[in-house]
Design a protein around this ligand. Structure first.
Ligand code: PMP
Length: 295
């Protein structure tokens, strides 16, 4: 699904066939989740293949490394160029890119001496299979910023995400919405969250969530289209009074939420601000203008 016999990836300064690439089983990342990664999309635009916001993603990768104190020497420009080469060598245009920084063999809980950088890409359509998601409130909280560097996109943090998504599916839902350690709504296991109420979009502030690049893009679109946005802490009960809601993320793009804990939003998605964001976001990633999107 992610690679075949001819897939090429970048690993430690070289382009290598994915089937020949090797990982040392004593990697500190494999045992302890101590590594960082990114999730980036490329699109076939009217101006050719374009990676969406590579600067922002690779800045975040570098920041994740520095927060986790993982040494990594590639610059944003080098990582961007290497990513374009991975796409080209695999003949990919609409694709998902996965840069991963993982550590050398070390079974101690000490700083890594050497790190490896991998960049792989594959064809990845829609992240969610259904058009609008039935979401539950997870029993799992997002990690406490006093335990982990929550603003880093670190491998080990996704154990929490996997547990939350599995629980949601076991309960018959499509996805989970997770709270922070104070009981305020935080984010999805792999996406940020917005809700609409009386013409304004609300989202949790930075601090207990991953600073999403799509979240930032949504806020920019709102500024451009004169749609008020408010970053504030809110409890899940407030969502039962909301008009509509959506998840946003690189993989998820803008995904409608149909209901929370079985309670459906009354506003049709077609008339929601989420739908406006969905249309504007598609235009931006495809390098088209979005000023004509009808609010
Ligand atoms: N929160 C979490 C926990 C995520 O994994 C992601 C996906 N990277 C996001 C939010 C959205 O971030 P972005 O828009 O940068 O993809």
């Amino acid at each position: 699904m992610y690679y075949n016999e001819s897939t090429v990836l970048f690993l430690d300064g070289k382009f290598t066939k994915a089937v020949d690439a090797k990982l040392d089983l004593f990697s500190q990342t494999l045992h302890y989740g101590y590594g960082v990664f990114e999730g980036i999309r490329a699109y076939q635009t009217i101006n050719g293949t374009k990676i969406f916001k590579p600067g922002e993603h690779f800045e975040r990768l570098r920041r994740s490394c520095s927060l986790m104190r993982i040494p990594m020497n590639y610059s944003v420009e080098e990582l961007t160029q290497l990513s374009y080469q991975v796409l080209e060598r695999n003949n990919l245009s609409d694709a998902y890119l996965r840069p991963l920084v993982f550590c050398s063999p070390n079974m101690s809980l000490t700083a890594p001496k050497e790190v490896s950088v991998m960049i792989a890409a594959w064809d990845w359509g829609k992240y969610f299979s259904s058009a609008a998601l039935r979401v539950c409130i997870s029993s799992f909280q997002r990690p406490n910023p006093k335990s982990l560097k929550v603003e880093a996109k670190a491998c080990g943090h996704y154990v929490n995400s996997i547990l939350a998504t599995m629980e949601a599916k076991e309960r018959g839902f499509d996805e989970a919405l997770m709270l922070d350690m104070n009981g305020f709504v935080a984010e999805g296991p792999g996406a940020n969250f917005f809700f609409e109420k009386d013409g304004t979009l609300y989202t949790p502030p930075l601090g207990n969530i991953l600073p999403g690049i799509t979240r930032h893009t949504v806020i920019d679109i709102c500024r451009e289209l004169d749609i008020p946005t408010v970053e504030k802490y809110f409890r899940p009960e407030e969502l039962f009074e909301a008009d509509s809601a959506f998840f946003c993320g690189t993989a998820a793009e803008i995904t409608a939420i149909e209901s929370i804990e079985g309670q459906a939003f009354h506003k049709p998605w077609k008339k929601s601000l989420g739908r406006v964001m969905q249309e504007a976001y598609q235009n931006i990633v495809l390098d088209k203008s979005y000023s004509d999107v009808i609010v």
